[in-house]
Design a protein around this ligand. Structure first.
Ligand code: ATP
Ligand code: MG
Length: 241
């Protein structure tokens, strides 16, 4: 039976997962620094708003909204316009965390209180009728929390995502096998897991990714090479280099 899918709009990537992320699923995008996690989330959100009529929320825990808007304008993406049109909402959970004032429309005043953040997400999701959501990043969510609180926060977040029914992307730093991490439960809770990597080839680093799991759909497990160009993430034709 055909299932409803949320296309990422990232060419060739949607083919890898048989057409798109099954709607309502949560996908964890994991990788080391600079591997393209934030961009992947944004591309999913931008294309959703622009191409597929699906409004989306971006919860930023690391970068301030104005920095994001500026960086994304490099790809020709006018985020402000989509915000004005009610197709994108950015929740600023970054500024308060680093003690800077924010003039954003949606600011999380108490960044370490998961309940208040969840409440805000709920409100904004209703306001713009959100169908997509990105949390960047999960480890930043647990900043200053103890282990039990981290687990608690991830379970709460998961419950919220299931309730609001958005197709969601969570980003996370790479979790090495064998390393005990409370964030690792996110890998098990998520319906999908995508790993992004920078791999050394001769004298340069090349980008690649792999879909480790994607519940509810067939998917390739081939490692896919990609580049970040002035159009964002672009999968390269052909097999592994
Ligand atoms: N306009 C651009 N053109 C080409 N490449 C770019 C452009 N902007 C950013 N990049 C590349 O994208 C990388 C950053 O991607 P992104 O911020 O999504 O990574 P990340 O995995 O979220 O990193 P972090 O772990 O630091 O949050 C940069 O290091 C750079 O290599
Ligand atoms: Mg990032």
């Amino acid at each position: 039976m055909d299932i409803d899918r949320a296309k990422t709009g990232i060419k060739r990537f949607d083919d890898i997962i048989d057409g798109g992320i099954p709607k309502g699923n949560t996908v964890l995008v994991s990788g080391g620094p600079g591997t393209g996690k934030t961009l992947f989330g944004w591309q999913f959100l931008y294309n959703g708003a622009k191409e597929y009529g699906e409004p989306g929320i971006f919860i930023t825990m690391e970068e301030r909204p104005n920095d994001l808007r500026k960086n994304l304008s490099e790809f020709g993406w006018n985020i402000r316009k989509l915000e004005d049109d009610g197709l994108i909402a950015i929740i600023d959970a970054a500024s308060p965390k680093i003690g800077l004032p924010s003039r954003e429309r949606y600011v999380e005043e108490r960044p370490f209180d998961i309940d208040s953040l969840m409440y805000k997400v709920h409100t904004v999701a209703n306001e713009i009728d959100a169908k997509r959501l990105v949390v960047d990043s999960i480890p930043a969510l647990g900043f200053k929390l103890d282990d039990t609180q981290i687990r608690d926060s991830i379970y709460k977040l998961n419950a919220l995502l299931l309730e609001i029914g958005c197709t969601s992307i969570l980003t996370s730093e790479k979790m090495d096998p064998g390393v005990s991490s409370n964030f690792k439960i996110a890998e098990y809770i998520a319906h999908g897991l995508i790993n992004l990597e920078l791999v050394r080839k001769v004298n340069e680093l090349k980008r690649s990714g792999v879909v480790v799991k994607m519940r509810g759909t067939n998917h390739s497990m081939k490692i896919f090479p990609f580049e970040i160009t002035d159009k964002g993430i672009v999968l390269l034709a052909g097999e592994l280099y």
